[in-house]
Ligand binder design. Structure first.
Ligand code: NAG
Ligand code: NAG
Ligand code: NAG
Ligand code: NAG
Ligand code: NAG
Length: 561
């Protein structure tokens, strides 16, 4: 490459010399030379291959194909992608910004240490009755529900029966709590807080809970309900019937106001009491190991995540680092956003059809009120980042072409072809499906929640984590976990989509260098360290005195909004 660059430089100089000298040769000859120069340039670029990737990729050709694609959409941002490809191709080892893999505000961040394991109370005896819960949603939503119900059980002095998970037509997974988390560990860890049992006592099992009015659904409880609601409306029912069954229980306990130690219990549950099953841990450890190319040492969070399957502690060397990317671009998100993703009429129809089936409420709302146009939504930062925007962001930040990227998530809207830009510019991008052999992944295939657990762990353990949508439950839990245990050394890239939209709006004219500068600035700003804003989730923002101890009591700015 150096040699090629040299050649290019020489040719460049030749051209300039020719121009300066105004040589006697005819203009035709000059034209030929110039043409040759362009061809040469193209040839060199097209020859660039990634040393570690087995398939050779000729960048400009690939990109050209993409931008002319017969697919429903022309590749969005073809011009910028082309520039990104050039920038990545020209990049060498030294050009990665030196703080790219670091937390810019490490000093402030490291003053926050985990302390949700510290308790000051006596165990609740759980004498007021039994609580059953059937949590809905995907694995991450269920995780939140589990820790919320733990807090409610303590609040009501109730005994909790190991949570069950609702079978959903979306996730189609029959996994129960014990298939994902270590039941006994959970029970024992929380013993000083609440009483948890595996099954309802025999004499209560025959009760018709529906008939006695003990089934409480999401219709009966407001979102973000306050503790006073539970004391006023649920406690009497519990005392009367001896058992309550919460069905759904998504987002049913407020973030604030919550008594201090109850809040701490929530954190303790999420960050300490939930350990994945050995089956999941072992396979996740394999994924981490492969992402790190068999490095002999573990990352900072490996032990918290995969327990005994973690390698011995030590510093992960530069060559073994990886980036995890959660590209939240599944059809549900895409359709729900009401945004435009450059796919024209076909895309519009497809998403509308999906909405009519899955989000009839949204369709109705869209009919009666004027929801802002897609351009407006985008400008407001309300649209999920497209894969093309994501790759541009990563390239703009300065990640090298050979960066090892773990792609979390599944079923990208638009399928493989929608990932072309990503895989072309960053050929070392893999998924759990690529990294595991068919026999290794087979035991997980029918269990989307367990597959999602593998994504959760491999993303959380990564040296840098990039999300595309901060509203996503997976991204949110992963980044919270990295804050809690990361000691300011586990950076997360959380784009400010409004600012990005502003930059992308200039895609047709913006120079690459300007693009780069603006992207870096926007992302860096979003890495500021702040304590949990009121009303925000402790799982996502554990930097608050209930969950973490601030050893420096630094004056932390509270982020506006
Ligand atoms: C739960 O038990 C504690 C300690 O015995 C007591 O102070 C509290 O009032 C009880 N709460 C309810 C809702 O029963
Ligand atoms: C890691 O180890 C496995 C098994 O020993 C081997 O097959 C694989 O090629 C190694 N990978 C790298 C990148 O060294
Ligand atoms: C919304 O409006 C369209 C056409 O105006 C109609 O076909 C559709 O049934 C309406 N949907 C709802 C849920 O009101
Ligand atoms: C997965 O489900 C399919 C169909 O329900 C079944 O045939 C197959 O045996 C299952 N595989 C595993 C590993 O459980
Ligand atoms: C790309 O740039 C053009 C021209 O500035 C603009 O109209 C278009 O909205 C931009 N695309 C996106 C997705 O922002």
């Amino acid at each position: 490459m150096d040699q090629k660059q040299q050649q290019q430089r020489n040719m460049n100089m030749n051209v300039k010399k020719k121009m300066k000298l105004g040589s006697k040769r005819s203009r035709l000859a000059f034209g030929i030379l110039l043409g040759l120069f362009i061809v040469m340039n193209f040839w060199m670029l097209s020859r660039i291959q990634d040393s570690k990737s087995s398939k050779s990729v000729s960048l400009p050709q690939e990109l050209r194909k993409m931008s002319k694609g017969k697919k429903p959409h022309k590749t969005a941002y073809a011009r910028l992608l082309y520039k990104a490809a050039h920038a990545l191709a020209a990049q060498n080892e030294n050009k990665e910004p030196k703080d790219l893999w670091l937390e810019p505000y490490h000093a402030v961040a490291s003053s926050w240490q985990p302390c949700a394991h510290q308790r000051v109370w006596r165990p609740s005896e759980g004498n007021n009755g039994y609580i059953l819960v059937t949590a809905n949603g995907g694995i991450n939503q269920q995780r939140v529900a589990v820790c919320n119900i733990v807090a409610v059980a303590r609040l009501l002095n109730a005994t909790l029966v190991i949570p069950t998970f609702m079978f959903s037509s979306v996730w189609r997974d029959t996994s129960q709590f014990g298939d994902i988390y270590q039941e006994d560990y959970f029970i024992d860890y929380l013993k000083p807080d609440i009483r948890i049992i595996k099954e309802l006592p025999k004499e209560l099992r025959s009760l018709d809970l529906e008939a006695i009015g003990s089934v409480v659904t999401d219709v009966d409880v407001a979102k973000e309900a306050k503790p006073s609601f539970y004391l006023k409306h649920i406690l009497p029912l519990l005392m009367k019937n001896g058992v309550i069954h919460f069905v759904g229980f998504g987002n049913r306990l407020a973030s604030d106001p919550i008594p201090y130690h109850l809040q701490r219990l929530r954190c303790r549950c999420n960050f300490h009491a939930l350990q994945f099953t050995p089956k999941i841990q072992a396979t996740a450890a394999l994924l981490i190991q492969r992402m790190r190319q068999n490095a002999t040492h573990s990352g900072l969070l490996d032990e918290n995540l995969v327990g005994p399957f973690a390698k011995s502690k030590g510093k992960v060397k530069k060559d073994f680092r990886y980036l995890a990317l959660h590209l939240r671009f599944e059809i549900d998100m895409v359709a729900h956003s009401l945004c435009d993703f450059g796919g024209g009429e076909e895309e519009k129809k497809e998403l509308q059809a999906y909405r009519e089936i899955h989000f009839p409420g949204l369709v109705q709302l869209n009919n009666i009120t004027k929801i802002p146009l897609p351009e407006r939504l985008k400008a407001e930062g309300l649209c999920p980042l497209m894969p093309e925007e994501t790759v541009l962001m990563l390239a703009g930040l300065g990640f090298k072409r050979n960066t090892r990227i773990f792609l979390a998530g599944s079923h990208i809207y638009g399928g493989k072809s929608r990932l072309n830009a990503l895989t072309t510019l960053f050929p070392n991008m893999v998924t759990k499906e690529n990294l595991l052999s068919s026999s290794e992944i087979e035991p997980f295939l029918n269990f989307s929640s367990q597959l999602a657990a593998l994504d959760f762990i491999t993303s959380t353990a990564s040296d840098i984590f990039a999300m595309t949508d901060s509203g996503s439950q997976l991204s949110s839990l992963v980044s919270g976990y990295r804050v809690y245990y990361g000691g300011g050394k586990m950076p997360t890239i959380r784009p400010n989509k409004r600012r990005l939209a502003d930059i992308f709006l200039r895609n047709d004219t913006i120079e690459w260098i300007v693009f780069e500068t603006r992207i870096r600035k926007a992302v860096r700003q979003n890495k500021r360290v702040f304590s949990r804003p009121v009303g925000r989730s402790v799982y996502r923002y554990p930097r608050c005195s209930e969950c973490m101890c601030n050893t420096q009591e630094a004056n932390l700015p509270i982020r506006p909004r």
